[in-house]
Design a protein around this ligand. Structure first.
Ligand code: NAI
Ligand code: MG
Length: 357
């Protein structure tokens, strides 16, 4: 078994180093191989996703990814920007199912901006479709309008589209995930306005007939945004398209206290996956040694669970994370009075110590 380790830019290198430390401490029979990606790869090779990095990713059982991006690359042509590396990996590997579990650990209930009773015990799973929707739909571009409200004016357009097999496969993933949890799926759409999402709703409803033991609820995205902050614990599995999922999963991340706590998995139909924290490269704090490595460490746990068949080790990591939080150790993003402020490295060391205890 081989893990491709792609730290990337900014805090990516700092947080991935801690996750690798935790994986090393488990003494599992895996090989880990690192490669440059994003801005780091652009600096060295002139491309954010060099062929050797892509090959390593394709040849591995799983990918542990940090983050890519920095303001200094903003002037580059779009295909050369660091962010193209993560988009390219998703596309090349067919990573269509993005899992973002939003769990509020008991020790961090006070770190959320929501009332404690709303989020204590929160454990929901957002599943975002990752390869379709308006982010990839063609045609797209700019032109001079020949019709519409302003003929003759310059305009821009994108295309929202979903094919039946794309909706079917993500719906199966959601119902199967719900079977292992609390057996409820909320499918989020905008069927009242968009034909793409009426189709989404129809196909999800059809797939649901194969899962009579799972409850299916449909919800419009605007209402879902509201319910997520009003009564987040009413959800179990939420499944939605690429754009709605992008927005709702960031909203859900704030329920957990900090974006530095939220792991993610992006899976393809072969069980191969890319595991990364939900946050970006945080150039504002990069190099300071203060980034929270827990989202990346928890992503490594998801990697052991979903791609490497090591459920027991995944649980050991998750228990170790809870233990360091119970000890009161906090990076700045989750710090509150009465707890102990630690650096990125100290947090990683504490997780390793908790694993070994
Ligand atoms: P960001 O997630 O990098 O940062 C947002 C805020 O959260 C910042 O104040 C940052 O300091 C803080 N933060 C993020 N992770 C943290 C951690 N582990 N510990 C403590 N604080 C943390 O999002 P932003 O600022 O919008 O983007 C920065 C760069 O990252 C951009 O170039 C963007 O394109 C890229 N990006 C990359 C992603 C990826 O690699 N998958 C995802 C999102 C953004
Ligand atoms: Mg986002």
């Amino acid at each position: 078994m081989k893990i491709a380790v792609l730290p990337g830019d900014g805090i990516g290198t700092e947080i991935v180093a801690e996750a690798v430390k935790v994986l090393d401490a488990l003494n599992l029979p895996f090989k880990m191989e690192s490669a440059l990606v994003g801005g780091a790869a652009y600096d060295a090779h002139g491309h954010p996703l060099p062929p050797a990095t892509l090959k390593l990713a394709k040849d591995s059982d799983a990918i542990l990814f940090g983050a890519v991006g920095d303001w200094k690359y903003d002037k580059l042509d779009r295909p050369l920007r660091p962010e193209q590396a993560i988009l390219g990996l998703r596309k090349e590997l067919g990573l269509f199912a993005n899992f973002r579990p939003a769990i509020c650990y008991e020790q961090l209930v006070g770190a959320s901006s929501l009332k404690p009773e709303l989020i204590a015990g929160l454990d929901i799973l957002i599943i975002r479709e990752l390869t379709g929707d308006i982010y990839f739909g063609q045609p797209r571009g700019r032109r001079i309008a020949t019709d519409g409200h302003f003929p003759g004016a310059e305009e821009a357009f994108d295309t929202m589209r979903y094919a039946r097999p794309e909706i079917e496969r993500i719906a199966h993933v959601a119902f199967q995930a719900a079977r292992k949890r609390n057996k409820k799926v909320t499918s989020v759409d905008k069927a009242n306005v968009l034909e793409t999402f009426q189709f989404w709703k129809d196909v999800v409803t059809e797939v649901h007939t194969e899962y009579p033991d799972v409850e299916l609820q449909h919800m419009y995205v605007d209402n879902a945004a509201m319910q997520l902050v009003k009564a987040p614990k009413a959800f179990d599995v939420v499944v939605t398209g690429n754009m709605f999922g992008d927005i709702l999963s960031d909203e859900a991340s704030m329920l957990t206290g900090s974006i530095g706590m939220l792991p993610s998995a992006s899976l393809n139909s072969k069980g191969q996956g890319l595991y990364e924290p939900s946050h970006g490269s945080a150039p504002d704090i990069a190099g300071k040694g203060i980034a929270n490595p827990l989202a990346t460490i928890l992503s490594a746990a998801m990697m052991l669970r979903f791609s490497l068949n090591q459920e027991a080790s995944a649980q050991r990591i998750e228990a170790a994370v809870q233990k360091v939080l119970a000890q009161g150790l906090r990076t700045v993003d989750i710090y509150s009075e009465g707890t102990t402020k630690v650096s990125t490295r100290e947090m990683g060391d504490a997780v390793v110590a908790a694993l070994k205890a």
